[in-house]
Design a protein around this ligand. Structure first.
Ligand code: GTP
Ligand code: SPV
Ligand code: MN
Length: 587
């Protein structure tokens, strides 16, 4: 418990509003967690899975209308509309509070209010921040306990400070017409109503660690990014860290936990996971950029995860994991999803809760955005720096997305400013991680389109300023695309562990060990510098996905120009110059 007056006053105020039957302070202890699990099983909110095969693992199904983030109902409630910018929905904070309090009023009646103190980042780290989430959902409590650091030590670390983020979550009736995910950056406050799904309700994640934190980073001179962090160890035992921003469901968890091809493992190469979704980065005393993963677990996409594609992610789900919206295999009381193996269960319940025969049914067993919530400590390749208070130094930043055509497998930007241009112009095909159409190309700057808590023009400016401060210690910036398709619609590049071949080129570039070919968009590898040992992949095909086609890129430049128009006066001149240089290079 806490004696922090700002916390107690806020809890009292919220209690009076939502009117719970009782209040429970979460301390994250094993006894408390066990009791909550038992309660959730008794109420049907969770189903306990096979204790031998999946110890301490549970299954949860959300409402069918509540399976992904809802970008259309997500708002940045800055005092001035201008400060939310052209890429965010905006609501006047006064009106928003009034409307949300109207919805939240008495919504905990007959329910319990859980008070969750959590730290984003190792407790006490200078890079960490504290939040308190109020929720009426045990599912949320149990997920937050996996995804963040929850314990009484958080209260101790907070002391009397008022520097903490307030998060109110109310399940209400899961009414999609009254669903709102609202961030108030100037008040360090988040209010989420009428949802029970992941990114909408685990308020430490996207709402705090990206939307609120990106705003805090802008004000305080650091960065909150939608990035994985991984360490690459070479045979000499030296570890280099990279951070990579890909949009939702575009491969962060997979890259963060990848297993290098055998010939590289035999040489002594290793990959260590620091984070799979979010990076908080600050300039350290040595002038370099240092990153922590503010999370404590993985909220990963289940479909497509298997022994081969992501061994480490699958291993992470073998204990203490909550599965959401996957199929329930009744024969052995385990879980199944598309792409787990080629043996779907016949006697199962699909994600909506109906009987399902995976051998004969046309329907999917798991929702395409079904997820696992797994403790980071389970991950076989978790980095020894995962708990580091100072984080890890970043050598390279990688942007990427799903592009069937256009973007080459990999290229390096010419410098930081050009790299910021590359990030600001990023585009990707949409996925099932958010509700709405799938497969539509949209501009998603730095993979932050749904997560930037302020005007994106100011955000680009902040990136440029950070580059100036970093000077020659700035990480090198790259762009990758694992998703090029052939004429039959198949992925050309094998991806997954074989992406290590591209990471090695990136590290070699950072260390000045390899040449490259200069093109209008940046430096691409010479085909022979991407090591294809043991891979059934011919060099001509590789050349085809490294190619920068001038006509295609001229169209791309025209689209970037269109995309840039919406930022108006706030678009930094440096980026306009970058675009003009690109256009000139393509002539
Ligand atoms: P969020 O958790 O939504 O932020 O997603 P993420 O970026 O962590 O994506 P994740 O690693 O879960 O991958 C999403 C999908 O992309 C899965 O279906 C993967 O199988 C697929 N994927 C990941 N890496 C590759 C790759 O290198 N090549 C191909 N073709 N598919 C990949
Ligand atoms: C994403 O959509 O980028 C996710 C899942 O990581 S969620 O937590 O729902 O945002
Ligand atoms: Mn994500």
């Amino acid at each position: 418990m806490t004696t922090n007056k700002t916390v107690l006053a806020w809890i009292d105020e919220m209690k009076a509003l939502v009117n719970p039957d009782n209040v429970v302070f979460i301390d994250g202890s094993d006894e408390q967690i066990e009791q909550l699990r038992a309660e959730a099983v008794a109420s049907g909110e969770l189903e306990k899975l096979n204790e031998e095969l999946l110890p301490d693992c549970y299954l949860h199904r959300t409402k069918v209308n509540d399976v992904a983030r809802v970008e259309g109902r997500t708002f940045i409630c800055a005092r001035e509309k201008e400060n939310a910018g052209p890429t965010n929905n905006w609501m006047d904070p006064k009106e928003a509070y009034e409307m949300l309090y109207g919805i939240a009023k008495n919504s905990y009646k007959g329910r319990t209010m859980y008070v969750i103190p959590f730290s984003m980042g190792p407790i006490g780290s200078p890079l960490a921040k504290i939040g308190v989430e109020l929720t009426d959902s045990i599912y949320v409590v149990l997920n937050m306990v996996i995804m963040t650091r929850v314990s009484n030590e958080v209260w101790t670390a907070l002391g009397d400070s008022n520097d903490w983020v307030r998060g109110l979550h109310c399940r209400c009736d899961i009414d999609e017409e009254k669903r709102y995910i609202c961030q108030f950056p100037e008040d360090n406050t988040i209010i989420s109503v009428n949802s029970g799904y992941g990114g909408n309700v685990l308020l430490g994640k996207k709402c705090f660690a990206l939307r609120i934190a990106s705003y805090q980073g802008w004000k305080e001179g650091w960065m909150a990014e939608h990035m994985l962090i991984l360490g690459i160890e070479n045979p000499k035992g030296e570890v280099k860290y990279v951070a990579a921003a890909f949009p939702s469901a575009c491969g962060k968890t997979n890259l963060a936990m990848m297993i290098p091809p055998k010939y590289l493992r035999d040489k002594g190469y290793k990959v260590w996971t620091v984070g799979d979704d979010i990076a908080w980065m600050r300039i350290g005393e040595d002038g370099r950029l240092w990153a922590i993963n503010p999370e404590n677990g993985f909220f990963g996409v289940a479909p497509g995860t298997n022994e081969k594609s992501n061994y480490n992610a699958l291993a992470s789900t073998k204990k203490g994991t909550i599965f959401t919206n996957v199929a329930h295999n009744l024969d052995n009381n385990t879980v199944w999803w598309e792409g787990l193996d080629k043996n779907p269960p016949e006697n199962a319940i699909e994600w909506k809760g109906n009987p399902w025969n995976g051998k004969t049914s046309e329907e999917k067993g798991a929702h395409p955005n079904s997820r696992f919530t797994a403790p980071a400590v389970n991950c076989p390749c978790i980095s020894s720096e995962f708990e580091s208070q100072s984080g890890v130094p970043i050598s390279a930043i990688i942007f990427g997305g799903r592009r069937a055509k256009t973007a080459p497998l990999v290229y390096q930007s010419k410098n930081w400013e050009n790299g910021v241009f590359v990030g600001s112009a990023m585009a990707s095909e949409t996925t099932a991680a958010a509700s709405g159409a799938v497969g539509v190309v949209r501009r998603d700057p730095m993979a932050m389109l749904p997560f930037c808590g302020y005007h994106m023009g100011d955000y680009f400016r902040h990136w440029l300023e950070m580059g100036k401060k970093l000077g020659d210690k700035a990480p090198k910036i790259f762009n990758v695309n694992w998703f090029r398709l052939d004429d039959e619609g198949h992925f050309i590049w094998p991806g997954f562990g074989d992406n290590m071949r591209v990471l090695n080129w990136i590290i070699d570039r950072c260390e000045g060990k390899v040449d490259a070919v200069e093109t209008p968009i940046g430096f691409v590898p010479k085909a022979e510098d991407i090591d294809l040992t043991d891979l059934d992949f011919d060099i001509e095909t590789l050349k085809s996905i490294l190619e920068v086609d001038k006509d295609t890129w001229a169209k791309e430049a025209a689209e970037i120009e269109e995309h840039y128009k919406k930022f108006g006066d706030k678009l930094p001149e440096e980026l306009v110059n970058q675009l003009n240089t690109l256009k000139a290079n393509l002539k």
